[in-house]
Design a protein around this ligand. Sequence first.
Ligand code: DGT
Ligand code: CA
Ligand code: CA
Ligand code: ZN
Length: 577
Amino acid sequence: MNNAQIAAKFEMLADLLEFQGANSFRIRAYRNAARTIEGLSQQISDILDDSSQKLTDLEGIGKDLAEKCQVLVETDKLPQLEELQKKIPPSVLAMLRIPGLGPKKAAVIYKELGISTLEDLKQACLDEKIRALKGFGAKTEQTILSGIDLAATAEQRVYWAKADKLVQRLREHLESVKGIEKLTFAGSYRRGKETVGDIDILTVAESSTEAMDCLAEFPEMEEVIARGDTKMSIRLASNMQVDLRVVPAKSYGAASLYFTGSKEHNVKIRGIAKQRGMKINEYGVFRVNEDGSETFIAGETEEDVYAALDLPWFPPELRENRDEFKLAETGLPKLITVEDIVGDMHMHTDATDGVNTLEEMIEGSIAKGYQYIAITDHSKRVSMANGLNAERLLDQWKTIDELQKKYDGKIQILKGLECDILEQGGMDLPDDVLEQGDWIIASVHYGQNQSKQQITDRIVGALENPNICIVAHPTGRLINRREPYEVDLDAVFQCAKENRKFVELNANPARLDLNDVYCHTAKEQGILIGINSDGHKVEGLDVMRYGILQARRAGLTKEDVVNTRPWNDILKLLGRA
Ligand code: DGT
Ligand code: CA
Ligand code: CA
Ligand code: ZN
């Protein structure tokens, strides 16, 4: 049993224990262990074989977990897990993904009504059977009903960032095949979509048998779903599906275009080809002759294929049939890259809920080569995160002034704050404090269930405050976990524009809020987007690339983004210099 499989077992164990209502400390221990093991560069089995190493030396692996690893490696099974699985069908675990439905309530639904799938649960909600259960009501029933779709999606789609890690492992594995000439990871992964349903691999190989045999030996493989001469689908231990297609070199571009998608982009291209008396499919572009025969025109590279239709090469992130074909008429935008970013303007320290100290965050940012950063810890309303009151904030800013002397010439440290917008409206800290800072972010963390009007008024009110520069995660959604709150983004954008303010694209792979469509709308309305990590530790700064990917999907260029500019230019944009 390899690391990915061991990690999957521990995740499953944690889920089942959670469903049983076990001690949350224990559950967390299994989840942490799963994460540690997934990230190891060395196989657990190798560590066990090596007498000079001990599993218990790994972070988060105690004696009990080390023993379980050993049992898994030796027997492929875990008695405790088997016991639990006998008692609880795995399909009920999907219920735990419904926001607001904790394991206790899920267990009641399962025990009282025998419901074990999301579909049955949906029907039970519609039949108003859930509200009749003890401890439930019409409101809970409604919450469950509105969360079922989110839970169903979460079962099937993973964050792009997670898919990316898997892709790196697959790439390394497949590159060991001698005859592999080309290798592309196509589909939604290549388009940089925020979540990925399955992985589509495309390759040119000397021997398709060898390539498919190699995939069959991928350590994380669970079962082969289908295998033909040039096509194969497998399912991994994590449940993710991987499709492999081996294509001839002369069709590689056509196939990579076809399997990158999106389907909508492909449909549009087929229409364009047809209008010109041509045909396009995964093998190439063909001229359709009068006698009905077909002549191959292009196929080897994507550039060739697009050029045959008088189209430019489209960056994969734009291939959604939104407005890319219209843009192509006047020239595609030069999409932003991670190198264009010169500062990170949203990060936390251990003064609130961050892990690293102020100085560690500064050093980490210098290592990234940034010109400037903003330190933006939480304000006091976020008591859970030990949010700053005025006194602690002003102290932190004084420390920043002192540190600035030490770091002069290396990086500029902006005095910032992520200030909560209070439930009743207004900012969490008074203006005479906020005005002493350089960069104040406004965020809604509480009262997310308020009406659309209330939430919109709160955000608009914040943007009208002269001390506020930007609104962070403007819809509050968490991908696969929480729906966006009700907010009138048109009103927010209009207010931002009138007040020369910005909106944020949070680069965290679970947030990516604003999403691509809204970022595009903001651009069209002339509002600049700040792309920031919201890092809570030094490694947290690395998420910037996910934000950039989302921004590219929105068609953003360097010019559309706040933190591609020197700080002095940002001050001018805010009307402060
Ligand atoms: P996913 O996997 O749900 O995140 O999304 P995709 O876009 O990766 O979709 P997938 O894996 O079903 O198919 C990969 C690509 O193959 C898709 O983006 C476009 C192409 N494709 C698949 N089925 C069709 C189809 O019926 N018509 C056309 N034109 N293209 C298709
Ligand atoms: Ca796919
Ligand atoms: Ca697929
Ligand atoms: Zn934050």
